[in-house]
Ligand binder design. Structure first.
Ligand code: SAM
Length: 666
């Protein structure tokens, strides 16, 4: 097995992950353990060779994600005697893996530099059963046909007829197909007879375009028919949006969730909202979340709520032991953000879904990313240590005592630090966090979920202490600290739930749309969770924004004020919202990847509306609009032309005879 012990074990780990994701074919897994992927990536990317991710290679192309290579090869059902054709050989990695299984591999690559580099690699590695040629693979390789298997590693608008014809009887063709670039459906075609083909869908995938006579043309049009929407005619931007808009079905229709299958292979799917009080945003996110959990194995729902509050819900949805000593969750302003009918329904759904899963690690959890409930976090750490290490609990009590005067009103802490030398709190609190983390092995032996909860609470207290201290000075630092904490919490969750785990994030558009493409980043120096996810996960992160034209919204007029139902003013004439409104479709998914011309037209920055928990229509432009470049900020945008305020849970939602903690039955 080539490679240093470190690369060999990294490769093994990667293959283990692929096996855990469901690839069973032992020949495929064995071949992937043999082929040194680091030899196929571009210089500088070697350290990422064993991340289960697609990576860029020369000429703006990609080396496919190992899991997808495995999935396609498994579907191709290769045997040692087989002859296989690969269209789009790229780096040569998939051909190399196939060559470890099958007798002979024929690879076609349209870009000569890539084909030459792949050939060089095969020579160096002594892989003599692979032949590469430069050409248009949509026409196949007639002289070498028929093939037992054909793999196409680029996405075309339809299945090229030539490839079907070059399949042997019994042969398998695996190809991504779809009118959306780069999102397609992976299709398996088995040839049973001269004109008898059976077709099966294997799921959503993302490939670079298949360019050729029976694929796309160079400029992204369909070669044969030349009819990609929105290009050839002189359309206004709203008309172009309307042409590529995908109307949304009802929330309860399974087709609603399926529209988002194109993001199902991502490690993190971030779902935004343009206000904290709009029912449609919650309903849409719940429908997408249910689909991604039930159909695609997502196990983390991480929301813009406080960690200790969400932890109470997590106990409920994952059927963990309830604690009787915790405060009812979500008592802090704005309570309607989480105490509402939509969230309550999702929580019940998650609990039901999880009840059918015996293994705790397969159950979907509900987690909070935010930092505001410092006092509950302190109480939670102390309670945990009381149980696992009473001596450490005593020390922690003393350390956290430093913050006692501000637990109720932490926003005044910053001023006190300035005037009274309370800086010593920082050191004690950081030390407390470090000590707890250092005892991970000892503590986690009792219960890893409980340890994760305590560790996250200790981290939260450390972040919150800094947050309230620097908030006093103003500037972008406190925002950046909060979003960095939220992102790191997400990372800790992904780590804790395992390398194959996938997460859904619910947070405001201002947190999940890439800050670099908005005024937040370009003018105010603020970063956010969406940006950090893109920097960390690249194309494995999907950032999905939400928007509306008008309607009603649940919001307050001032911080800590009462919730009111307010009317949302019709969108500004220079905003993205107005363009979507003018498209004339009540609700739709806008995926700018569908049409490069539309995407390019949308790039130029425009106003975008941000409503938080406070809405001030009277000063709307100043208070709620900022410039952004929407196609850079989000991977896709979900539109509801008219929206309604969400319904908070009131006393009528209390079940008689149940404690105050209902609706979550906790
Ligand atoms: N399996 C490859 C790997 O692991 O490196 C994947 C390479 S990439 C996803 C797809 C390749 O298809 C690109 O290198 C692109 O140049 C090539 N391609 C696109 N259209 C093609 C065509 N009609 N014929 C041959 N190659 C094509």
């Amino acid at each position: 097995m080539p490679g240093s012990p470190k690369t060999v074990s990294a490769r093994r780990r990667m293959v283990d992950i692929i096996a855990r994701r469901g690839v069973r074919d032992r020949r495929v897994l064995e071949a992937m353990r043999e082929v040194p992927r680091e030899e196929f990536v571009d210089p500088g990317f070697e350290e990422f060779a064993y991340e289960d991710a697609a990576l860029p290679i020369a000429e703006d192309q990609t080396i496919s994600q190992p899991y997808i290579v495995a999935l396609m090869l498994e579907a191709a059902e290769l045997s040692p005697d087989d002859r296989m054709l690969e269209v789009g050989a790229g780096s040569g990695y998939a051909a190399a893996v196939a060559g470890r299984i099958a007798r002979r591999i024929y690879g076609i690559e349209r870009l000569p530099t890539l084909a030459q580099a792949a050939q060089g690699r095969f020579r160096k590695l002594g892989y003599h059963n692979i032949e590469i040629r430069v050409g248009d693979g949509t026409l196949g390789w007639p002289e070498a046909a028929p093939f037992d298997a054909i793999l196409v590693a680029a996405g075309g608008p339809a299945v090229p007829q030539a490839l079907k014809e070059q399949l042997a009887i019994g042969g398998r063709l695996i190809i991504p197909v779809g009118s959306l670039v780069p999102a397609q459906t992976l299709i398996k075609i088995v040839r049973h007879g001269e004109d008898e083909f059976e077709e099966e869908e294997l799921g959503g995938v993302m490939f670079v375009p298949l360019i050729g006579e029976q694929g796309w043309s160079e400029d992204g049009r369909r070669s044969a028919t030349n009819h990609l929407p929105g290009r050839s005619r002189n359309l206004t931007l709203p008309q172009m949006i309307a042409e590529i808009a995908e109307p949304l079905p009802n929330f309860d229709d399974p087709a609603f969730g399926r529209l988002f299958d194109r993001f199902a292979d991502r490690r993190v799917v971030l779902l935004g909202e343009a206000s904290h009080g709009t029912a449609e945003f919650y309903r849409a996110r719940a429908a997408i979340t249910r689909h991604l959990i039930a159909q695609h194995g997502f196990v983390i729902v991480a929301v813009e709520a406080d960690w200790p509050d969400a932890a109470v819900v997590d106990r409920y949805v994952r059927h963990r032991d309830a604690r009787t000593d915790t405060q009812p969750p979500f008592q802090r302003f704005p309570t309607w953000m989480w105490r509402n009918t939509e969230v309550a329904a999702l929580i019940e759904w998650m609990r039901n879904h999880n009840s059918g899963l015996a293994e705790m690690n397969r159950r979907a959890g509900f987690y909070g990313l935010d930092i505001y409930n410092m006092s509950a976090s302190i109480a939670s750490v102390l309670k945990y240590l009381d149980e696992v290490d009473p001596q450490a609990a005593k020390i922690a009590r003393e350390r956290y005592g430093c913050l006692t005067p501000w637990q109720r009103e932490p926003s005044t802490y910053g001023r006190a630090v300035l005037s009274a030398g309370y800086r010593k709190c920082e050191e004690a609190i950081v030390q407390q966090c470090q000590e707890l983390l250092q005892k991970q092995i000892e503590y986690a032996a009792h219960d890893s979920d409980e340890f994760l909860n305590a560790a996250q609470n200790a981290r939260l207290v450390a972040s919150a202490e800094r947050y309230y201290r620097i908030m006093y000075y103003g500037g972008p630092e406190s925002w950046n600290l909060r979003d960095t904490h939220m992102f790191q919490t997400l990372e800790h969750l992904l780590e804790a739930r395992g390398p194959a785990s996938k997460a859904i994030v619910w947070a405001h558009n201002s947190h999940i749309g890439d800050a670099r493409s908005t005024e937040m980043g370009s003018v105010r120096g603020e970063l956010n969770v969406g940006q950090l996810c893109r920097e960390r996960f690249g194309s494995e992160a999907a950032l999905i924004g939400f928007g509306t034209h008008t309607g009603t919204v649940a919001a307050a007029s001032d911080w800590d004020g009462e919730m009111e139902i307010k009317r949302v003013r019709p969108s500004h004439r220079d905003s993205y919202e107005r363009l979507c409104h003018d498209a004339g479709i009540a609700k739709f998914l806008l995926d700018p990847q569908r049409d490069e011309a539309v995407r390019r037209r949308l790039l130029e920055p425009k106003l975008e509306r941000f409503i938080g928990v406070i809405y001030r229509p009277e000063t709307e432009v100043l208070s709620h609009y900022a410039e952004a470049s929407l196609p850079q900020q989000f991977d896709a945008y979900v539109w509801f032309d008219e929206t309604t305020a969400l319904t908070p849970l009131g006393p009528e939602h209390h079940r008689p005879g149940l404690p105050d903690t209902y609706p979550f039955g906790l």
